[in-house]
Ligand binder design. Structure first.
Ligand code: FEO
Ligand code: CA
Ligand code: CA
Length: 633
């Protein structure tokens, strides 16, 4: 096979693609020529193996796709396990039981399952110590229980609840490696039955009251914790995503109101089935419990005794992550995506300014502020050139048609039913918003729109930042706030990358944007993270069948992009059946922590221990360079 010839053909198509459609923003690319040069050069690497030099930010060659049950990295990189599901957090804590025989009480003091978003909190006075707060999104019954099936008892349901939530752990650098510190007094589990306070405008509302909590302010537990945020005042935000899946009903005649339907709850509980063994999750018994979840929860990792707080001012929906930044005049800004087909992108701006001198003064900052939702206008964009303007629409009772007449008695109801309020004001239905990150270099905001096979039907028009019908690959949206002020009411948007498969689909729209090549292609971008130098790391949660539309893409992976040139290189490939999700960096940028979630989701993996007949275990990996350099450089 003549690789070079094929590449040249593809290059021509890509060049035509770029000039015709201009998927890459002119703003970021004040030179498409520069980008094309990079693209051609990087692809020539395939033929001659010479280190690519087109991007000053990317110091490694794109690796090949893989389908093996290993972690694959570029030459000169190494990976070790920081922590895996089930490891005991405390001295003399109960050991992980690979046969699933561990109890719920034991799981409550072990590292949770299916690690997802995470943040690192450095000790101010010791560069070799840090805390990590790590989400535990869900569990896999196949591995959780000896019987490998649905929960059969209250103890089973309790164990599943104990496997989710958040794990706070201390890590220390020993020599050139970061290690988990078992027995640290900071180690803590927050799980599905931990007491949590509800605060903000919706706290205490009748819709949040239950028989067990007549105040509507004292919730139990957080679960389905997807991704995360880190505040400038040193706290961690964990985001409750698919909470509705944990609820069901034992009433054979159960009906749901419009709000319950909009949040996607079903009587059969999407196979999680806690409601059969724990009445708190049975909507026939405790209907308002559903409203006490779907929030952003704030945690102080440095105070193991502190009560986490659900911040209702940020709205209730299927929260993916929370990206923090600051307005020009010092107010906190939180960008948030609602990960469901056709749901929205939100922005919260705090009423008060951040007090950078006194971190504790910000403890209730997220209780007061204004929630907005995004509308993307594509009026000045051409279908082949997706970019345009957008605006933030305020979700405040008494404004923009949100009032008693449209179904909202007060602001608490606007927040509890944020999806309904956002629909009232005509927000844009997106292709499943996942992570949002803010560039530390230029303040541009990036959001993964992971995929949406329903685009084009169900009242979701094709166009704007959602340009493809039955979108199986996803794209990364980017916007710049007016005047580069995150407090602005309007913004300009474009698409940073449109994922696709140019090897299978040489023609658009499934071939992807010009910065997608047969060498770096991927589907379903999900997690993201910027490092200090401004490299954009992209993590995938996609179709790993490696056939059809996805042929040649292999397992889920992590890529690294140069936001200035648009170039993207594959940096890591995960093991069989995993999702790659959760990313953070050591303060010196010489270790990258990344999550391997649900390896062997459907069998076929023993990652990371590879014991004969062993179970796969979700793990946080520490990746570094053998020469001690900065990761990615
Ligand atoms: Fe937990 Fe939308 O991913
Ligand atoms: Ca995700
Ligand atoms: Ca996903």
């Amino acid at each position: 096979m003549n690789l070079l010839q094929e590449d040249q053909t593809t290059d021509l198509e890509q060049i035509i693609g770029l000039s015709r459609r201009g998927f890459i923003s002119a703003g970021a690319l004040c030179g498409a020529a520069m980008f094309l040069g990079g693209s051609l050069l990087s692809r020539s690497v395939l033929a001659d193996g010479v280190r690519a030099a087109s991007s000053p930010l990317l110091g490694f060659n794109s690796i090949d796709a893989a389908t093996t049950d290993t972690l694959t990295l570029p030459p000169g990189y190494r990976a070790s396990v920081l922590i895996s599901w089930g490891q005991p957090l405390h001295a003399d804590g109960p050991a992980f039981m690979p046969d699933g025989s561990g109890t719920a009480a034991q799981q409550e003091v072990q590292f949770g399952d299916n690690n997802d978003g995470m943040s690192l909190f450095a000790f101010p006075d010791d560069p070799d110590r840090a805390l990590m707060a790590i989400n535990n999104e869900y569990t896999n019954y196949r591995y959780l229980y000896p019987h490998g099936g649905q929960p059969t008892s209250a103890e089973d349901a309790h164990k599943a609840q104990a496997s989710e939530g958040v794990s706070v752990i201390e890590i220390q650098r020993k020599g050139d490696r970061w290690q988990f510190v078992q027995g640290s007094p900071f180690n803590r589990r927050i799980h599905g039955n931990t007491p949590i306070r509800l605060s903000g405008p919706a706290a205490g509302h009748a819709l949040l009251r239950t028989q067990a909590d007549s105040t509507g302010t004292r919730a139990l537990g957080t679960f389905q914790n997807c991704a995360n945020g880190k505040t400038p005042w040193g706290t961690y935000l964990t985001c409750e995503e698919n909470f509705t899946d944990c609820f069901g009903s034992t009433d054979p005649n159960q009906t749901f109101d419009a709000a319950q339907k909009r949040y996607g709850v079903v009587a059969a509980s999407k196979d999680i089935n806690w409601h059969l063994h724990d009445p708190r999750f049975d909507l026939a018994h405790t209907p308002n419990e559903l409203n006490r979840h779907g929030w952003v929860v704030e945690i102080d990792p440095f105070d193991p005794q502190s009560t986490p707080v659900k911040r209702t001012a940020l709205g209730r929906f299927k929260h993916e992550n929370a990206a923090l930044t600051e307005t020009r005049d010092g107010h906190a800004v939180v960008y948030m995506g609602d990960d469901e087909r056709g749901e929205f992108i939100y922005k919260f701006i705090s009423r008060d300014k951040i007090d950078h001198q006194t971190p504790k003064a910000n403890r209730d900052l997220l209780d007061h502020g204004t929630l907005y939702v995004a509308r993307f206008d594509d009026g000045d964009s051409h279908p082949d050139r997706p970019k345009g303007k957008g605006q933030w629409i305020e979700l405040t009772h008494g404004k923009n048609g949100i009032n008693t007449g449209s179904g909202f008695a007060n602001q608490a109801e606007v927040l509890i039913h944020a999806r309904l309020a956002a629909s009232t004001v005509g927000a844009t239905r997106m292709d499943r918003p996942e992570w949002i990150v803010v560039s530390p270099k230029d303040g541009q905001v990036y959001c993964t729109l992971t995929n949406n096979v329903k685009r084009g039907e169900d009242g979701q028009p094709v166009g704007g930042p959602n340009p493809r019908e039955k979108n199986v690959y996803g794209q990364i949206l980017r916007w710049s706030e007016q005047g580069n002020d995150p407090g602005a009411a309007t913004f300009d948007w474009d698409l940073f990358v449109v994922a696709g498969n140019p090897a299978v689909h040489p023609k658009q729209p499934k071939g992807g944007s010009a910065n997608i090549t047969p060498q770096n292609m991927f589907n379903s971008p999900d997690g993201m993270g910027f490092d200090e130098a401004g490299r954009l790391w992209i993590l995938t949660d996609g179709d790993v069948s490696n056939t059809g539309d996805f042929a040649g893409m292999g397992n889920n992976q992590m890529l690294c992009a140069d936001p200035n040139t648009g170039e993207i290189r594959r940096f890591m490939v995960g093991p069989v059946g995993c999702e790659v999700t959760g990313i953070s960096f050591a303060p010196d940028q010489k270790t990258l922590f990344v999550g391997i979630q649900h390896p062997g989701e459907n069998g076929g993996s023993t990652f990371p221990e590879h014991l004969p007949g062993g179970k796969p275990r979700s793990s946080v990996m520490a990746i570094s360079r053998e020469d001690g350099g900065i990761v990615g450089a």
